[in-house]
Design a protein. Structure first.
Length: 368
């Protein structure tokens, strides 16, 4: 059956690439809230188009008030969930081609969102379409879930979990290969001071953050975990809000430390300044040899013939909030620094390879 699935993906490739191009041409950057378009009209229109494509492929679809939507194959309560997102970060400068043109050159497609994350979630849709077209009867239904707010706050997934039960297993195609069995925790900390404390504030920020190693050694937060790696500080932002000076920093931290340790350690050193956690996600971890991780590793190895030993990541995905899923693809070893950058790209060959990996992943999980 595996070979039939692989052949079916090859047969569907041209149609899949055209539908991917259609979606990445849509400028789905977050906009102003409107009735029926909580993240702006461009994202709402993109979700409409994706669900229209899914319907044309014969799937049942559901639009949850333009917060999020999904396409489903099969019936049943317990389902396999695959979640990606349609929203993209702003384009920025430095593009050699228009950022929403889906420009194709030498086997590459250039466009904002082609990697992060429209291309990959569309390959998942077509992976499921291959299963459906082969009339494979899975033991559980499968949903391809299209989020609309991954880049700016996960409000889409929060809305989903208020109205739908979570999957029993699945993945998000918004990270890297091989399968990621663990994610670091993520905490966004704000340090604020009154304007009259400006000298004290900048002395503190310069000393402990701007002129410090990113492992937070000066703060005494240089924790390290054998599996998760080191604690890292990133995404420094300085702001002037009304009568306050504000510094924001994100901690990507290993599982052997806690949010309380981060906040209390900074408070001790910040003295008269205010320290607040404004966003937090706990670390995520699955056993390396659990059935879900093992079968996704098998799918990856079957298609790529590469080592599928599960890995960890420093990033943050929908797996932080959606229970029972892992990050899985789409970037292959050595492919870094592509998403969120000018001239974001994916190889057409890699899109096809992703679709094959995901189709086998659906097949293996669906037969459990």
């Amino acid at each position: 059956m595996e070979e039939e699935i692989i052949k079916k993906i090859d047969m569907l490739s041209l149609r899949m690439i055209e539908d991917i191009k259609t979606i990445v041409k849509m400028p789905s950057v977050e906009g102003t809230f409107q009735q029926g378009a909580p993240f702006g009209k461009d994202i709402a229109l993109t979700l409409d188009m994706v669900l229209e494509i899914a319907q044309s492929l014969g799937f049942e679809t559901k639009n949850l008030d333009h917060y999020i939507g999904y396409a489903q194959y099969g019936k049943g309560e317990d389902y396999i969930g695959i979640i990606g997102h349609l929203d993209v970060v702003p384009t920025g400068l430095g593009w050699k081609h228009p950022p929403f043109s889906a420009y194709e050159e030498d086997g590459y497609i250039y466009s904002r969102g082609i990697l992060d994350n429209k291309g990959p979630i569309m390959t998942c849709l077509y992976a499921l379409y291959a299963i459906k077209e082969l009339n494979i009867k899975l033991h559980k239904p499968v949903r391809i879930i299209f989020g609309c707010d991954e880049e700016t706050g996960f409000k889409d997934l929060e809305y989903y979990l208020k109205h739908e039960k979570p999957p029993v297993m699945g993945w998000t195609p918004d990270c890297k290969y091989p399968v990621v069995y663990a994610e670091r925790g993520r905490a966004v900390i704000e340090i604020s001071a009154k304007e009259k404390q400006v000298d004290e504030f900048f002395l503190f920020i310069n000393n402990y953050f701007l002129n410090a190693n990113t492992n937070a050694e000066k703060l005494g937060l240089d924790f390290k975990d054998e599996e998760f790696g080191i604690n890292e500080m990133r995404n420094f932002v300085l702001k002037h809000e009304k009568s306050k000076l504000v510094f924001s920093v994100t901690f990507s931290y290993p599982a052997n430390m806690t949010l309380e340790t981060i906040v209390e350690t900074i408070r001790e050193k910040a003295k008269n300044m205010e320290v607040t956690c404004v966003q937090h996600y706990f670390p995520v971890k699955f056993e390396k040899d659990c059935p879900m991780v093992s079968l996704l590793s098998k799918a990856y190895e079957k298609i790529t013939h590469l080592d599928g030993t599960p890995v960890t990541t420093t990033g943050g995905t929908y797996a932080k909030l959606m229970p029972h899923i892992v990050p899985f693809g789409p970037s292959f070893p050595g492919q870094k620094g592509i998403g969120h950058q000018p001239n974001e790209w994916m190889k057409i060959e890699d899109l096809n390879t992703n679709a094959k990996i995901y189709a086998l992943g659906i097949y293996y999980l669906g037969m459990l």
